[in-house]
Design a binder for this molecule. Structure first.
Ligand code: ADP
Length: 431
């Protein structure tokens, strides 16, 4: 209301003054006075405008010049607009920061490319995958850094549904990275990269495993099938062949049975939770295992046992029995007749250790690190001749891991091997 009153006064003043001058000195003098007044008013407003203009160079509240109420309102409104703008600007910056932090923390590599495929932004994972440094490589064309021809073709025909697998060296290792290009905005694109090395390795292991099982089963099946076909064509013509055939078929079916039993044991160990712990009377268990070893050896080896009879541990008796008997039966199977097999159960540096030493064929050093892989054998024919499945040590390794123990192998070709399982002292059951 006050603004309107002030505006009305400002307008009434020149009108009344012009009228007053015109009445006393005539219309010419009145209009001249109005012109003078208008000139002065315009000049004064121009001065205020230039003050406003120079204030705009550093528009702060403290430097607002004191002018008339109209101009004061202009300054006030401007300061208010400026304050709101600053607020929304800092909110926008905060949101942008949060977004950038989130993208940085992504487990995948992200690169923002402009319409010329130049790097506009990238996160830390992308720097790691493609060995780039954002501050150095910003603005560099991506195909300058990724020079594989397959990437160039892929980059020029982006399809978000399709990904390209690229091998990239990272930390000295070849990593397999799946790349996707997602177009957005003004011909920009988002390059996403995911490390799929582990997934690929798992797939290779799975394929190898299936191939190995098929191969292991094919041999006994071929033998059985061959004899069955022979007997089908000449039923019981040759009693000697029949006896030999039945014996071989029986051996092969036992082999398949052992293989399937070991595979099931391995799969149980890989998929089941940690076993329920119980107190294992190790002395009794070792006596029973050495008796089995003697039976397997059919008195061809000397089995020497030295077991502490008051050293019991916590664990799964079924699993520990399986691990120890695998080691002891290997010692028998890979030792020539007459060799001594020494089984020990004792404390070494306060930790319970089971060891099985033989004087057998031994293992060349280059094989030692791979012995616990599934189906890994040093001498395949010896393993098969003695009824091996190639899974024994893989089973042992799993059981050892499940009991937080360590498997140690030392061996010398033609001299013998020692397999030992070192349990933690926490596994000991105090008497
Ligand atoms: P296998 O059923 O073939 O014995 P394992 O997994 O038990 O399978 O053992 C893997 C391989 O390790 C064996 O094929 C054999 O070559 C080697 N090996 C295991 N134990 C011994 C040992 N005591 N002496 C010599 N070689 C051994």
């Amino acid at each position: 209301m006050r603004h309107w009153f002030n505006a009305l006064l400002t307008l009434l003043f020149p009108v009344l003054t012009t009228g007053f001058f015109a009445l006393i000195w005539g219309l010419t003098v009145g209009l001249s006075a109005l012109c003078v007044w208008l000139f002065i008013a315009l000049w004064s407003e121009r001065q205020k405008l230039s003050l406003f203009d120079s204030w705009l160079n550093s528009p702060t509240k403290d430097t607002v010049p004191t002018l008339n109420p109209g101009w004061n309102r202009v300054f006030k409104s401007f300061i208010k607009i400026q304050k709101n703008q600053r607020l929304s600007e800092s909110e926008l910056n905060r949101a942008l920061d949060r977004f950038e932090q989130a993208v940085r923390a992504l487990p995948d590599g992200v690169i923002l490319l402009n319409n010329s495929h130049q790097i506009e932004w990238c996160n830390t994972k992308a720097e790691e995958y493609f060995q780039l440094t954002f501050t150095r490589d910003q603005g560099v064309q991506i195909d300058y850094l990724l020079r594989q021809p397959s990437f160039r073709t892929f980059m020029h025909n982006p399809d978000p549904e399709i990904s390209l697998n690229l091998r990239l060296p990272r930390m000295g290792i070849d990593r397999l990275v799946a790349i996707q290009m997602i177009p957005f905005g003004n011909e920009q694109s988002l390059l996403l990269a995911r490390d799929i090395t582990e997934r690929e390795q798992l797939e290779v292991t799975r394929r190898d495993f299936v191939a190995n099982i098929s191969h292991e089963l094919r041999t006994p099946l071929t033998v059985i099938q061959g004899f069955l076909e022979t007997f089908e064509d000449n039923p019981a013509d040759d009693p000697e062949l029949l006896t030999r055939g039945v014996k071989l078929m029986s051996d092969q079916s036992h082999r398949m049975n052992r293989l399937i039993t070991d595979l099931l044991a391995l799969s149980r160990l890989e998929t089941s939770e940690s076993p329920e712990e119980e107190v294992i009377n190790m002395f009794r268990l070792i006596q029973s295992i050495s008796a089995e070893a003697k039976a397997l050896s059919t008195k061809n080896h000397i089995v020497d046992v030295q077991a502490a009879n008051d050293l019991n541990i916590l664990g799964s008796e079924e699993e520990i029995r399986s691990a120890l008997s695998n080691l002891v039966s290997n010692a028998v199977r890979y030792s020539p007749n007459g060799g001594t097999i020494s089984i020990k159960w004792t404390l070494v540096d306060n930790e319970p250790v089971f060891s099985c030493q033989d004087q057998g064929v031994g293992i060349p050093p280059e094989h030692l690190s791979r012995l616990t892989e599934r189906f890994y054998r040093v001498d395949k024919s010896r393993s098969q001749e003695t009824g091996g499945t190639g899974l024994g040590l893989a089973i042992v390794k799993h059981i050892v891991n499940r009991h937080n123990a360590k498997l140690k192998i030392t061996s010398e070709p033609n001299k013998g091997s020692q397999f030992s399982i070192q349990f933690s002292k926490d596994a000991i059951v105090s008497q």
